[in-house]
Ligand binder design. Structure first.
Ligand code: NDP
Length: 328
């Protein structure tokens, strides 16, 4: 077995945190031979609730859980951390302008970026879940100049998993039969789930579907609006599925993607596929040895091009907005 890995979770007392912490403690984040030390960050009002969750974690008697510490100070919470899951964010509330939302999140992700810069371990990997995730990741990254930029990522894995499930349902196959699906762009309603390079039991998925109407008018909007569908049905936003996707994202980043497949991660663009450099956009990626690479050389048809461009434009606009606020 390894030495314990320090994992910091922000918003630990929230509903995603509640689902996430038990999965981490059981070894599903990093693997069943890696002990973890949890470092929970919460706002002062939520520390008591986080302490309650820590009692339940203790009661889980997880052999891999080497300790749980709770903080309301970012500098302390990120001290020596190897994996940071930034879940806590300021949600958009009724009547809130986008600028106000970005500013409120700037107040959270700027100090967290600074704290990561100051104290995290050299191998720090950051996943931002809290929305607007891509731009929150950009803000944190901008305040961590000593950390390699590529260590800041945002989550589109839930969108990826939702798309896999919808496509599998349509074709009457298992999700395990589908490979090489891609989410492009922003984790927002403009995201583009791309099945043109996906394979179903080795055959092209778009050809297997052969239904442009379903693709445009059912599949894409259903994946993009799945969050609202969950709220409608459950009376609360998706939490366990978001936590599960966060586990998948970090697990694959650390342990690698399977041969012959890829996944979707929002990562700083290197200019691939015409996405402006530096934007934190979702791409098809493969992971190995603890790092990731954008899958290169995919042919992008006109339909996909327009969808990718629209989502990337939204990311550019968000970057411009946080630039104006002096947050990046
Ligand atoms: P959740 O745990 O349900 O959600 C947390 C964040 O994840 C939200 O920004 C949410 O965005 C986002 N998210 C991303 N993908 C999804 C998805 N697919 N489904 C649902 N949410 C998604 O929120 P809670 O309100 O239950 O808990 C938040 C916690 O964070 C609170 O305990 C609060 O105290 C804490 N917090 C901590 C901070 C810190 O540690 N410094 C700062 C701010 C808050 P969206 O709402 O847009 O869906």
């Amino acid at each position: 077995t390894h030495a314990p890995v320090n994992v910091t979770v922000t918003g630990a007392a929230g509903q995603i945190g509640y689902a996430l912490l038990f999965r981490i403690a059981s070894g599903q984040l990093l693997g069943t031979d890696t002990p973890v030390k949890l470092r929970l960050l919460e706002i002062p009002q939520a520390v008591k609730a986080a302490e309650g969750t820590a009692l339940e974690l203790q009661d889980g008697a997880f052999p891999l859980l080497a300790g749980v510490d709770i903080f309301d100070d970012a500098k302390q919470a990120f001290e020596g951390t190897n994996v940071a899951l930034l879940v806590g964010a300021r949600p958009r509330t009724k009547g809130m302008e986008r600028g106000d939302l970005l500013e409120a999140n700037g107040g959270i992700f700027k100090p967290q970026g600074e704290a990561i810069n100051a104290g995290a371990a050299d191998d720090i990997k950051v996943l931002v879940v809290g929305n607007p995730a891509n731009t929150n990741a950009l803000i944190a990254q901008a305040h961590a100049p000593d950390v390699p930029a590529e260590r800041f990522t945002a989550m589109t894995r839930l969108d990826h998993n939702r798309a896999l499930a919808q496509l599998a349902g349509k074709l009457g196959v298992s999700v395990a039969d589908i490979k090489k699906l891609t989410i492009w762009g922003n984790h927002s309603a403009t995201q583009y789930p791309d099945i043109f390079h996906a394979e179903v039991n080795g055959k092209n998925a778009a050809e297997a579907v052969n239904d442009q109407n379903w693709l445009e008018n059912e599949f894409i909007p259903r994946v993009a609006k799945r969050g609202a569908e969950i709220i409608e049905a459950r009376g609360a936003s998706s939490a366990a599925s978001a936590a599960s996707a966060a586990i998948d994202h970090v697990h694959d980043w650390v342990n690698g993607t399977p041969a012959g497949d890829w996944t979707s991660m929002a990562i700083p663009s290197d200019g691939s596929y015409g996405v402006p450099e530096g934007l934190i956009a979702s791409f098809p990626v493969t992971c190995s040895g603890g790092s990731y690479e954008i899958v290169q050389g995919l042919e992008i048809n006109d339909f996909s091009r327009a969808k990718i461009d629209a989502s990337v434009q939204e990311l550019s606009d968000e970057r411009e907005a946080v630039r104006k606020l002096g947050l990046v």
